[in-house]
Write a protein that binds this ligand. Structure first.
Ligand code: SAM
Length: 319
């Protein structure tokens, strides 16, 4: 078991496979772009597998691949297959923009990927292109259909932003009316270039949805995660709310993050981390690395108090 300094059990790891992305979402990538890491500074897939193997042997039971866009990392699927075959195999998820997902869905399902989150902020093709820089909404919709056909546990993540996609909130929620998916609204966090935009609080989103879909009824929370789920009359799936800005859930945080350059981040909002790449490349044994992790997590911040002090953009952290 991996326990931090305030007794929280750390069971969930988010792994950023790359800082590259095939979209340029305005709130994630600054207009001037980001300076990409040198190839040598990025963990090899063997190094990523080794870190995951060490952490799963220490009690991490869920691993989610993210990025950048995880599906643009060459051989991501072969890594995921190896993770699925680890002795302490975790439950595996992936967070993707969905643009390439349709090409890989069969491999992911075959590799036991049970949880797929697709980020989708609008159903309007013109807004999608303005927000992401690409005319790719139809590819994402195809991927959603493939997930539904394959029966994966599908969640659609929406970040509502004033003046950009706030008009699209009811139509996005309607996907949970029509399909067996969870549509989750995530409050915009002021990370890097996102601080130029104004997000909506989930209290406002809920008010908007109740005006359209009527009274919400609360559902059981899933897997102890930060989302609160509700259902509206006649809905097949659930609607979820992740509210890091208006409702802190640090006291229940069970997360660690591995950035693609090998930093084990202890908290999304703060720069504190353990440089695992340095240890891996200095020839540390698995036991040495496990010991260093056990020591580092003692300093996982108690809470972030909404102060985002890491100067990376979300694309470099792995949201
Ligand atoms: N490319 C993948 C994708 O689009 O899902 C994975 C990486 S992306 C950084 C992961 C998630 O972070 C997306 O759902 C995105 O909307 C969310 N995100 C990015 N910046 C954010 C911010 N400032 N506040 C809240 N969520 C953010």
């Amino acid at each position: 078991m991996l326990i931090d300094g305030c007794g929280r059990e750390l069971t969930y790891l988010r792994v950023s496979l790359t800082d590259k992305c095939n979209l340029r979402c305005r709130y994630c990538v600054p207009p001037e772009g980001v300076k990409l890491l040198e190839h040598a500074d990025i963990l090899s897939l063997e190094e990523v597998l080794r870190v995951i193997s060490i952490l799963t042997s220490m009690g991490v039971s869920r691993v989610r691949f993210t990025g950048g866009e995880p599906l643009v990392r060459k051989n991501a699927i072969s890594l995921i297959q190896k993770v699925a075959n680890l002795e302490c195999a975790p439950r595996i998820g992936i967070t993707t923009n969905g643009v390439l997902l349709d090409d890989y869905i069969d491999y992911l399902v075959y590799s036991n990927v049970r949880d797929i989150n697709i980020s989708l902020d609008t159903l309007d093709p013109a807004v999608y292109e303005t927000l992401t820089g690409e005319d790719a909404l139809s590819s994402v919709m195809r991927s959603i259909q493939s997930c539904l056909v394959n029966g994966v546990n599908l969640k659609l993540n929406v970040v509502p932003i004033k003046g950009i996609n706030d008009e699209n909130i009811p139509s996005l929620a309607a996907l949970a009316r029509d399909y067996n998916v969870a549509v989750r609204f995530i409050e915009l966090m002021p990370v890097g270039c996102a601080s130029c935009y104004e997000g909506l609080s989930n209290d406002d989103v809920r008010k908007k949805l109740s005006e359209v879909y009527g009274k919400e009824s609360l559902c059981e929370t899933e897997g102890g995660g930060p989302a609160e789920y509700v259902k509206y009359d006649g809905f097949t799936g659930n609607v979820g709310f992740i509210s890091p800005m208006s409702h802190s859930f640090c006291d229940k945080c069970n997360r660690l993050r591995l950035t693609c350059d090998g930093k084990l981040k202890l908290c999304l909002a703060s720069p504190e981390c353990l440089d695992l790449k340095a240890l891996l490349r200095a020839g540390a044994s698995d036991e040495d690395i496990a010991e260093a992790i056990r020591d580092a997590v003692k300093n996982k911040p108690v809470r972030h108090g909404m102060r985002f002090t890491d100067d990376r953009n979300m694309i470099g952290i792995g949201g």
